[in-house]
Design a protein. Structure first.
Ligand SMILES: Nc1ncnc2c1ncn2[C@@H]1O[C@H](COP(=O)(O)OP(=O)(O)OP(=O)(O)O)[C@@H](O)[C@H]1O
Ligand SMILES: [Mg+2]
Length: 321
């Protein structure tokens, strides 16, 4: 039952976004883990399209925030506004009070606004002039940024990247057929932006039920906990790494792996679920030594090196309860 529902969400997104099934599975896993996802890639690679289609297919309340350099924290969080009739301050809730926040071009917001957003993401609550308001689950931010240095952008501080459960790239079309398929679809849509026509194939209640299943029913064998622990620790101890992933990073690996197992129709995690998301979950939390970074060493490279250096547990072992 949930199997079909999950497939339906992925199939619906795939009717719009041309890309790898694996990417879609990861996005859904991140959402089910109630995690925030940062899509980082070059312009025109479908980041905005992907996040819009996803939020509509999931049937969750979504609001889009297009970030600009003149944006203030209050534009996102909300504020208190004087009401002359009742002679009281009324609370105006900003666009962050929704289930899915589409935070487009997050690196265009000034640092103060970014850090207010990142804090709200982590705390899952907002304080407006002394009043603290919780943001109920499901709540996750799908943010986009493009990595090219541009005038008037403020790259997210490395230390704050940790607030994102995963960093994903949409990537260039893998071959000529995929490239051509994008053109074909454009003709079929008869419009630049087809996202208004995306059907909601899930709803908040179903989505919450899936989230509960992930929390309650997806088994993780002890040997996989060892695997995750070694990955994180080996990365932290790596000579090229200045600051390695925190325990939050290890927990992120656990959350995403379990959700991905569920998305793939299993009630237990296998080593591949972990290995396939290690880069997405840990690379942006790995800060490389300055000298090494200047030489061109990236977090992604080191994560891949560490991943290759550790033997995963055997698949037969991890099924047993
Ligand atoms: N993988 C894809 N599948 C379908 N359409 C795509 C894909 N990649 C790009 N497009 C199309 O290309 C156009 C640009 O995509 P989009 O606006 O989502 O890019 P973006 O990554 O958000 O770019 P920017 O960084 O400039 O905001 C859209 O019309 C979109 O439909
Ligand atoms: Mg965009």
């Amino acid at each position: 039952m949930s199997r079909n529902g999950v497939e339906q969400v992925l199939d619906t997104v795939a009717r719009y976004f041309v890309g790898q099934r694996k990417t879609l599975e990861k996005v859904l896993a991140g959402a089910l883990a109630n995690g925030h996802i940062l899509f980082e890639d070059y312009p025109g690679l479908g980041k905005t399209l992907l996040v819009k289609v996803f939020s509509r297919a999931l049937g969750l309340d979504a609001r889009r925030i297009q970030f600009t350099p003149d944006m203030l924290p209050a534009d996102i969080m909300g504020s208190k506004i004087w009401n002359p009739t009742t002679r009281t301050f009324d609370l105006f809730k900003g666009p962050i009070f929704t289930s899915v926040v589409l935070a487009d071009e997050i690196n265009r917001a000034p640092p103060k606004t970014q850090s207010a957003l990142l804090e709200a993401m982590e705390e899952r609550q907002v304080t407006i002039e002394g009043e603290t308001i919780r943001i109920p689950a499901p709540f996750f931010v799908l943010a986009t940024q493009n990595p090219i240095e541009q005038e008037g952008t403020y790259p997210l501080p490395e230390a704050q990247m940790d607030r994102f459960l995963m960093r994903l790239a949409t990537g260039y079309p893998t071959d000529a057929a995929a490239e051509k398929e994008i053109l074909r679809r454009r003709i079929a849509w008869q419009a630049e932006d087809p996202t208004q026509t995306v059907p909601a194939v899930c709803d908040a209640k179903t989505f919450r039920a899936w989230q509960h299943t992930v929390e309650r029913d997806v088994f993780v064998h002890e040997s996989l906990l060892d695997y995750m622990t070694s990955l994180v620790r080996r990365l932290r101890e790596h000579p090229k790494v200045e600051v390695g992933p925190s325990p939050r990073g290890a927990l992120a690996l656990l959350r995403v792996s379990r959700a991905l197992a569920f998305v793939r129709g299993r009630a237990y995690v296998i080593p591949d679920d972990v290995a396939e998301v290690v880069v997405d979950v840990l690379a942006h939390r790995t800060i490389i030594e300055v000298d090494q970074a200047l030489e061109g060493v990236t977090g992604e490279q080191v994560v891949i090196e560490v991943l290759r250096s550790i033997t995963p547990p055997a698949r037969q072992v991890v099924v047993a309860r």
